[in-house]
Design a protein around this ligand. Structure first.
Ligand SMILES: NC(=O)c1ccc[n+]([C@@H]2O[C@H](COP(=O)([O-])OP(=O)(O)OC[C@H]3O[C@@H](n4cnc5c(N)ncnc54)[C@H](O)[C@@H]3O)[C@@H](O)[C@H]2O)c1
Length: 263
């Protein structure tokens, strides 16, 4: 695992399923960690458990002043900010486009897209002051295709890809790399609990069984890729997108015993 001694990392949604895995791994790798999020109880508990080099800050990613406060807090507590992980995200309750109200559309885009825009806008100067760093945006395999009943989520994650590439171009000469990760279906509350306004959870109707790696992803799977992208091991990687989905986007895998007979 790469080391992050003397580096400060801010993870949004840092108390969530994937976020907490990322926070723990960066901390174990020597980083100072700032857990940004709206779940104060879990965030403060995680910071307390990790002890020194960890702090929670209330951060609503949709609010620019909240971003300014979080970045200032990271810099004043730890001296500089080097790595920014835009992990906070929300899903819409499943509905066709015709049945999606504007409030839902805006709420999902506010968190998943505008939150990422505000993050880069406010935090980039801090990364520049640090002499450079890395930004990793957590998008989704849903940002690479279409998924019926998830238009707000799909559209927002597609847009994060454009933001990622544009930011990589704008910030590259300041030694700030910007990349995106596209997780498949990862075992977190995101898939085990219904979205706000939904009756069923994704795990109620999704099975990984047909795919090449027939299991749900674990947060640690994503964490390992994230740590690579955030580290100097990825010094020549920017504007890139990494799928981590156990073969979901490949489509169903053929079982060996049901494959074509040898000629
Ligand atoms: N779990 C999956 O299958 C999956 C698949 C692809 C992509 N993703 C993406 O991975 C990321 C992490 O999701 P997860 O699986 O850990 O889910 P999760 O629900 O456990 O975590 C999401 C976190 O985002 C936080 N959050 C929501 N709104 C926020 C706001 N306005 N400001 C700050 N924080 C906010 C939540 O409090 C929570 O801590 C999300 O961007 C999600 O879209 C998840």
């Amino acid at each position: 695992m790469p080391r992050f001694d003397n580096q400060t990392v801010l993870v949004t949604g840092g108390a969530g399923g994937q976020g907490s895995s990322h926070v723990r791994a960066f901390h174990a790798g020597g980083a100072n960690v700032v857990i940004g999020g709206i779940d104060a109880e879990r965030g403060a508990a995680l910071a307390g458990e990790l002890g020194t080099r960890a702090r929670f800050i209330r951060l609503d990613v949709t609010d620019e002043s909240s971003w300014s406060a979080a970045v200032s807090d990271a810099e004043s507590a730890f001296g500089a900010l080097h790595v920014l992980v835009n992990n906070a995200g929300v899903q819409n309750p499943p509905a066709t486009i015709e049945n999606t109200d504007l409030t839902t559309w805006s709420r999902i885009l506010d968190v998943n897209l505008t939150g990422t825009f505000l993050s880069i806008k406010v935090a980039a100067p801090a990364l520049r002051r640090a002499g450079g760093g890395a930004i990793v945006n957590i998008a989704s395999t849903m940002g690479l295709g279409g998924t019926a009943h998830y238009a707000p989520y799909v559209a927002g994650k597609w847009a994060v890809r454009g933001l990622t590439r544009t930011a990589a171009l704008e910030l590259g000469r300041d030694h700030i790399r910007v990349n995106a990760i596209h997780p498949g279906v990862i075992s977190t509350p995101f898939i085990h609990e219904p979205a706000a306004g939904a009756v069923a959870a994704i795990a109620d109707f999704y099975s990984p069984e047909p795919f090449a790696v027939p299991r749900l992803g674990e947060p640690a799977d994503v964490t390992r890729l994230l740590l690579f992208l955030a580290s100097s091991d990825a010094a020549f990687v920017t504007g890139s997108e990494y799928v981590i989905d156990g073969g979901l986007l490949l489509g169903p895998a053929l079982q060996a015993e049901t494959g074509p007979a040898a000629a």
